[in-house]
Design a protein around this ligand. Structure first.
Ligand code: SR1
Ligand code: MG
Length: 399
């Protein structure tokens, strides 16, 4: 295992030449650092024609968006590569391909996806990808079913829970989703226009009780190997393709967390659209988002049911009707986690462009208030929203 050092652009080119497995590796001559996320260095490795051929991603020993004052485990790079490899085994069509990884250097080489676009950016421009939600549902069903107790041998599953133990990254989620927004914390970030709404959330003991239950399930419910941070900035789309990247938050957790995070990011776009586009385009985009959410859930639940009917290995879990019962619990969890994503992306440390890039201040605050109201409604009403149609009805009524 190599000793850790931070790669320069020249190092990244050299590294890709050696380890990407390209037959014309000597044509790689340049690197462009394009990391715009919160955590890592990301280099596109270019050939002499300026074409990006592979991506070299390296974990920094601290949180990039905060600085060296917040040290962070390098083991996340191993977890990321191994999560993507596990997910790629069960859903290669929607998982970024890992070409090489080295735990000592905390580095990974992955396929280049420059011909695709980040879904969050496309959604902000009102560009619709009618296949994307169904493809994401398919990815979630295949990866989560095959890493769950429905499919894995109980010994293998328990060993995998250990291999994917990811305490420092989980703590980020535990703090940023479930703790910081519900009390006064330095990492929270919001404009004074939200003061009253935030004070109301933070003094709502019923809400905090429901969030405590969601956090407890996140801490204890090792149902499947989650992506752990499946937001629209971690998803590349093209007309007929979708690929998921960035799995450094991977761990064995509640399936509803991945589903809820994904739906939550579609709803963040729903809340931001009136501030991002003109009225007719925003109305169209909102209808498309609701359709996306319905299709995501139908694709996920439909595929999960089929896999459960055909491939469940545990004799008790194969009992007729059990998969349906389980999916009902996943749905309820997902709505709650979706609510926490809406709230933490509005007032916590890590925001989203869907809300923050709304330039008109009054409109931005309106969109942010909407996200908070919808988030709270979802957390509180999750057990009473029976299905996707009932969810749409609640959202249309204004959350
Ligand atoms: C300190 S990391 C902040 C956020 O960025 C990541 O993408 C995760 O969503 C995390 O919560
Ligand atoms: Mg990420």
């Amino acid at each position: 295992m190599s000793a850790y050092r931070t790669l320069t652009a020249a190092d990244a080119v050299d590294y890709a030449r050696r380890y990407a497995g390209l037959s014309d590796a000597e044509t790689l001559i340049n690197a462009e650092e394009v990391g715009d996320g919160n955590l890592n260095l990301v280099f596109k490795i270019l050939d002499g024609q300026g074409v990006s051929r592979v991506v070299v991603k390296q974990a920094l020993p601290y949180v990039r968006c905060v600085g060296e004052s917040w040290p962070l485990t390098l083991d996340r790079a191993r977890i990321e590569a191994e999560t993507l490899l596990a997910h790629g085994r069960y859903c290669p069509q929607h998982t970024v391909r890992v070409l090489h990884h080295n735990a000592g250097l905390a580095v990974m080489i992955q396929e280049d996806l420059s011909s695709m676009a980040i879904w969050r950016r496309e959604l902000a421009y009102g560009r619709y990808y009618p296949q994307a939600a169904r493809q994401l549902g398919e990815y979630l069903a295949r990866t989560l079913f095959h890493t769950s107790d429905f499919y894995q041998h109980p010994h293998e599953k328990k060993a995998e829970v250990g291999r994917f133990s990811n305490p420092e990254m989980c703590q980020i989620t535990e703090d940023l989703f479930f703790t910081d927004p519900y009390g006064s914390h330095d990492r929270n970030s919001y404009e004074p226009a939200l003061d009253e709404a935030v004070a109301s959330l933070q003094s709502d003991s019923d809400l905090k009780l429901a969030v405590a239950a969601l956090k407890h399930r996140f801490l204890t419910k090792a149902e499947a190997l989650l992506h752990g941070d499946i937001h629209t900035g971690s998803i590349f789309v093209a007309e007929d393709r979708l690929k998921v990247i960035d799995a450094e938050f991977g761990y064995y957790g509640p399936i509803g967390f991945d589903i809820g995070t994904a739906i939550g990011n579609l709803l963040l776009n729903y809340c931001g659209l009136p501030g991002l586009l003109g009225p007719p385009e925003a109305a169209t985009g909102r209808e498309q988002r609701l359709q996306d959410i319905g299709e995501l859930w139908q694709a996920f639940a439909g595929r999960f049911r089929t896999l459960a009917a055909e491939n469940t290995r545990d004799p008790a879990l194969a009992e007729s009707g059990y998969a349906g019962y389980f999916l009902r619990q996943v749905w309820t969890d997902a709505l709650g986690y979706c609510g926490t994503e809406l709230i933490r992306r509005t007032i916590g440390l890590a925001h989203v462009a869907d809300l923050d890039t709304v330039t008109d201040a009054a409109m931005r605050h309106k969109c942010q208030h909407h996200a908070l109201k919808l988030g709270k409604m979802l957390i509180m009403s999750a057990p009473h929203i029976d299905d996707a149609a009932a969810l749409m009805a609640c959202i249309r009524q204004g959350g």
